[in-house]
Design a protein. Structure first.
Length: 171
């Protein structure tokens, strides 16, 4: 059997010499993908997607709160943080172009650290809520390219559970 690379490949099933029926060598694949057996002798396209996990981003609320230091360092154009901050704030065409160049199909986005875990509960709730709304909008604009981990205010566990339920309702 051919190996599958990161690109979609087409495989031509062949008749199994061991079986007198017209089953192909890929019959298990056909059944796994609920392909009617009449199609076994046709090409089967196997698509492998490359998904990167925990790709960092920042939201405006993050930059006003726990990310103030990053924002301040980025004000100096000689500091590499300026370019990094630009990349962290982009949840659009430049990030997608970089994903395409790297062969990444989907990014699962995660709030950059330090997150809201070191904030006071009230501020953590506000930053988490705004960050999740910001993330949900990016995923809504590019649903085939982005997914996201919710930012949860762990300093306020009851609010964290509510925020997780709210975040799940975005799906």
């Amino acid at each position: 059997m051919n190996t599958v690379s990161s690109q979609a490949q087409r495989h031509r099933p062949t008749k199994s010499s061991a079986s007198p029926s017209n089953h192909c060598d890929f019959s298990m694949a056909c059944h796994s993908y609920s392909i009617p057996h009449a199609h076994c002798r046709r090409y089967i396209e196997i698509i492998v997607r490359t998904i990167s996990l925990e790709e960092h981003f920042v939201s405006p609320a993050f930059l006003e709160g726990p990310g103030k230091g990053i924002r301040e360092r980025a004000k100096n154009p000689e500091n590499p943080m300026a370019m990094i901050l630009e990349q962290l704030t982009d949840l659009g065409s430049h990030r997608i172009a970089a994903m395409d160049a790297a062969g990444i199909d989907v990014q699962v986005l995660s709030l950059n650290s330090p997150g809201e875990e070191q904030l006071e509960p009230a501020e953590a709730v506000a930053v988490g809520r705004e960050t999740n709304d910001f993330l949900a909008e990016a995923v809504k604009r590019h649903p085939n390219r982005f997914a996201g981990f919710a930012a949860l205010p762990t300093a306020a566990l009851d609010k964290a559970a509510g925020e997780l339920n709210r975040k799940l309702s975005f799906s």
